[in-house]
Design a protein around this ligand. Structure first.
Ligand code: PLP
Length: 409
């Protein structure tokens, strides 16, 4: 069965990268969790900016500047709709999820976190949702607490409950794990954090490309994602923050655009979100991100999620037939990530042999070393899927893995 109304062959036509051959074979791209491919609509939006509209934004009265400003700011409105934020002013442009988290630790964190306070993260986090909190805790003599997981890669909510206390200032967790694909029960996690009087930050880097996100329904205080993983360009991302919180936070970086008035004695700051956006931003990528959000919305996040789930079920079953293959991450709620090890063969060797067959997978710790440590493995091979992948490509992966086994057995 193919998810209703989902024409994958037609969708593939929109992605020029997928049309090439590698080592003489058609490319099979299974590395979308690292970065997703870009449709023509995104490439075209960037080309048009540089070819037709190119100017700096927010400060010019001339036509090109006004066009560029309008196109860039239109993405803010699109991101507001994409996340169902209350106001476009709750959308702060950043370089990506990494910067979104660092912005919160360096502004809200510096102001709100005091000695003896606690920050809760989870055992499933990407390094970008560990290290900034660790740095903040070190600076403030605060404590980092970690929600443990079970051997499926699911967070233990009863253990989480025990970690919450009046000292908890922030609960920062990923919506979807990049290493295992686990979809965390963020709605519940947020509710529990709020009951304990803590704020929440959701790292949506791996959720935004694959499912409908509604920050109002979640009641998330902060939510961040990267443009390049939602089929947009690199160098741009979004940090959503509740307006009340953003208004109370000190600025992030100093410079042009984030100010209202400057004298040598005193500077007053611009309003939110511009207060957090110092300097010339990545204008072209911002405009490209708008095209990407339109593209994904037009296909429909619900349709995307249903189709990818079909691929996940198909892929999980197909890979289970490979002797010696062990799936790492078997959560009951899972996005289309197939992370696995094969007995006796190093993931880098698997990745190298698959590359010769034009199959692009990622091998390593996936910037989630604590997850690897938990499973007592140094690395996995990860095939991460997107809505432009097909069951036929999964068959090629299975065939490729059989060849890998022949080479190394
Ligand atoms: N969080 C998760 C779960 C990720 O998978 C990634 C990237 O792989 C990030 C954060 C960081 O994203 P970026 O490098 O785009 O800032």
């Amino acid at each position: 069965m193919v998810a209703a109304g989902f024409d994958v062959e037609k969708i593939r036509e929109d992605f020029p990268v997928l049309k090439q051959t590698i080592h003489g074979k058609p490319l099979v791209y299974f590395d979308s969790a690292a970065t997703a491919q870009k449709p023509y609509a995104v490439i075209e939006a960037i080309r048009k900016f540089y070819e037709v509209d190119c100017a700096n934004i927010h400060r010019g009265v001339h036509e090109l500047s006004q066009r560029s400003t309008a196109a860039y700011e239109e993405t803010r409105v699109k991101a507001k709709r994409f996340l169902n934020a209350r106001s476009k002013n709750e959308i702060v442009f950043v370089r990506g999820a990494t910067e979104g988290i660092n912005l919160v630790t360096s502004t809200w964190g510096r102001q709100a976190v005091k000695e003896g306070d606690e920050i809760v993260i989870s055992a499933l986090e990407h390094h970008s949702n560990i290290v900034p909190w660790q740095m903040l805790c070190e600076e403030k003599s605060a404590k980092l607490r970690v929600i443990p997981m079970n051997d499926r890669g699911e967070l233990l909510l009863d253990e989480y409950e025990k970690l919450l206390s009046p000292r908890t200032r922030m609960v920062a967790v990923g919506h979807v794990s990049n290493a295992l694909g686990t979809i965390n029960p963020v709605h519940k996690i947020i509710e529990m954090a709020h009951e304990a009087g803590a704020l929440t930050l959701i790292d949506g880097a791996q959720a935004a490309p694959h499912m409908k996100v509604d920050v109002q329904e979640l009641d998330a205080d902060f939510y961040t994602f990267s443009g390049h993983k939602v089929f947009g360009p690199t160098g741009i991302g979004v940090l959503f923050g509740k307006l009340k919180l953003l208004n109370a936070m000190p600025p992030y970086q100093g410079g042009g655009d984030m100010i209202r008035t400057v004298t040598f004695e005193k500077t007053t700051y611009n309003e939110v979100p511009y207060k957090f956006e110092a300097g010339t931003p990545n204008i072209a990528s911002g405009i490209g991100l708008g095209a990407a959000l339109d593209y994904a919305t037009h296909i429909g996040l619900d349709k995307i999620a249903a189709y990818e789930h079909e691929l996940l079920v198909y892929g999980t079953k197909a890979l289970s037939k490979i002797p010696g293959l062990k799936m790492i991450g078997t959560a009951r709620e899972k996005a289309a990530v197939l992370s696995f090890v094969i007995e006796g063969i190093h993931p880098h060797d698997i990745g190298t042999v698959l590359d010769r067959m034009a199959i692009a997978v990622r091998t390593g710790h996936h910037c989630a070393q604590p997850v690897m440590d938990w499973f007592h493995i140094p690395a996995t091979t990860r095939a991460s899927l997107a809505f432009y992948n097909t069951k036929a490509e999964i068959d090629l992966l299975v065939e490729g893995l059989r060849k890998v086994k022949e080479v190394f057995d």
